[in-house]
Structure formats: structure tokens, C-alpha cells
Design a protein around this ligand. Structure first.
Ligand code: NAP
Length: 249
């Protein structure tokens, strides 16, 4: 079924992990997709793997000039945006008592500031009746050790969906948060010094998930497709968790 036939979608951080799976699924469902990320080689690889109906625009969501360039490219190539998935994000685990100002600023710049200015930058080109999907995290409402700043940025993202749902109602633009639990992506490796360390993080997460395993990016992409498409036409301001039950029971 082509649930996104003819739609134009932006997926930030579409070069890896969850964002890549979302971009790939959206194209399979008939969309034309713009993907972003800072690393050009990762973007080139993702573009090749997706294979069609995709434009990769290198850039940092925390840098206004990069976002301006992204929206200029979309305007020139397609002239509109139907779906925005603000997905770019990072985690920099630090124990409370030792959180550095640099880590706080970086995490808020990318996760909280980046999501806001991505969605706001898209607004002028957004089709009335479009969909904004903000990738949050169950960390927004769970206590996870060393995730002080990360969790706070995701709580901010959850809050955006509430405010924007009211502010965008006259345009019929729906805003929802999609909150993954632990999903097996490169973000897990980014939190450890070694492969053994990353394996230990994966095992620790898997052990507290009721379904007994980590999630797969494709499982989050299926939920993103639901929120992006008309199948969720009466869902607004909500939070959809895809977490194997971790934060639900
Ligand atoms: P990932 O595989 O590391 O992918 C992150 C993506 O974001 C990459 O494409 C990365 O590309 C991009 N990105 C990072 N910083 C960026 C920046 N400053 N500007 C533009 N793009 C940037 O991680 P993931 O697991 O798929 O995470 C995707 C989203 O899901 C994040 O928001 C994350 O917080 C959220 N999430 C993940 C999990 C999980 O367990 N995996 C759980 C809950 C929520 P570059 O590095 O090249 O910029």
C-alpha cells in the first residue's frame, strides 16, 4: 500500500539508524524524501541504499545557516513539505555532579533547539493538513542514570507537540511525538569507549524491556508512517511510545 503517495517529507538525521529506516519506509510508501545529517559519507551511503526519490542535504540542525540552506533546497526542488520528521539527535551520558556546560549546550542545541528550528523553518512551506513528527524518547518520562540533559531535551520536545497542536490547528497541521525506547542503532555505540562497553549497554537495556529485547529501527519507522499518514488523522498532540513496554508497565 502507498500511504504517502505524492507526499514530500523531510527526515532530519535520515542518514543513520531510526531516521534512515523512516526515510527508507517513506519512499517505499510513495513519498519523496529529503534527508539531512552532518557527515557527507553517511548521507551518500544512505542515498545510495534508498536508491530513488531522495535528496540528501548535508548540514547541522543546530546551525541556522544550514537549516536555511536546507529549506532553500526543498523550496527549489519541490516547493512544499507535507511531512516533517525532526529526528536528529544525540546522547552524551554524564553523571549528575559532573555534567559539563559543553555537554549541556551541545545536547540542548541539537535535540531541543534543532527540533524547534527544524519544524519552525518548515512551516512556511508546509501544506495545510500536513504532519509534524517529533522524535522524542521514553527518557522524557523515565529516570535513566546519566541521562539528565538528554531526558530534559526530550521532555522539551514532548512539550512542543502540545503547544504547537493548539497553535497550528487552523491549518490542520497535526503535531505528535514519537518516543522510542532502546533501539539498536549506532547511538548505542556512541555511548561507550569500546565494543564490549556498547554490548554491555545493549544488554542492560534489553534486560529491563518487557519484550526481552531491544527494538529495531524498522519498528519505529512503522509508527512514524502511522503518524505521518492519514491513518492517524485524529491523533494530535499525542505521544506514541515504541518501547517494548519499557516505560508502560
Ligand atoms: P543514530 O543512528 O546515531 O542517528 C542519529 C542521526 O542524527 C544521524 O543521521 C546523525 O547524522 C544525525 N545527527 C546527529 N546530530 C546532528 C546534528 N547536529 N545535525 C544534523 N543531524 C544530526 O541514532 P538513532 O538511534 O537513530 O537516533 C535518532 C533519534 O531517535 C534521536 O533523536 C534519538 O534521541 C532518538 N532516540 C533513539 C533511541 C535509541 O535507542 N536508538 C531511543 C529513543 C530516542 P550525523 O552524525 O552525520 O550528523
Amino acid at each position: 500500500m502507498n500511504r504517502l503517495d505524492g507526499k514530500v517529507a523531510l527526515v532530519t538525521g535520515g542518514s543513520s539508524g531510526i531516521g534512515f529506516a523512516i526515510a527508507q519506509r517513506f519512499v517505499e510508501e510513495g513519498a519523496y524524501v529529503f534527508i539531512t545529517g552532518r557527515r557527507q559519507p553517511e548521507l551518500d551511503k544512505a542515498k545510495d541504499e534508498i536508491g530513488r526519490n531522495v535528496t540528501a542535504v548535508q548540514g547541522d540542525v543546530a546551525v541556522s545557516a544550514d537549516l536555511d540552506r536546507l529549506f532553500h533546497t526543498i523550496s527549489k526542488e519541490k516547493g512544499r513539505i507535507d511531512v516533517v520528521v525532526a529526528n536528529s539527535g544525540l546522547v552524551d551520558p554524564q553523571e549528575f555532579g559532573q555534567i559539563s556546560e559543553e555537554s549541556f549546550d551541545l545536547t540542548f542545541d541539537v535535540n531541543a533547539r534543532g527540533a524547534l528550528f527544524t519544524a519552525q523553518g518548515a512551516l512556511p512551506q508546509m501544506t495545510d493538513g500536513g504532519s509534524i513528527v517529533l522524535v522524542g524518547s521514553i527518557a522524557a518520562y523515565s529516570g535513566i542514570e546519566k541521562y539528565t540533559t538528554y531526558s530534559a531535551t526530550k521532555a522539551a520536545v514532548r512539550s512542543y507537540a502540545r503547544t504547537w497542536t493548539k497553535e497550528l490547528k487552523d491549518r490542520g497541521i497535526r503535531v505528535n511525538t514519537l518516543s522510542p525506547g532502546p533501539i539498536d542503532t549506532p547511538i548505542m555505540d556512541s555511548q561507550a569507549e569500546s565494543k564490549e562497553g556498547a554490548d554491555a549497554i545493549r544488554a542492560a537495556f534489553a534486560s529491563v524491556i518487557p519484550l526481552g529485547r531491544m527494538g529495531r529501527p524498522e519498528e519505529v519507522a512503522a509508527a512514524a508512517l502511522f503518524l505521518a499518514s492519514d491513518e492517524s488523522s485524529f491523533c494530535a498532540g499525542m505521544d506514541l511510545s515504541v518501547d517494548g513496554g519499557m516505560a508502560q508497565v
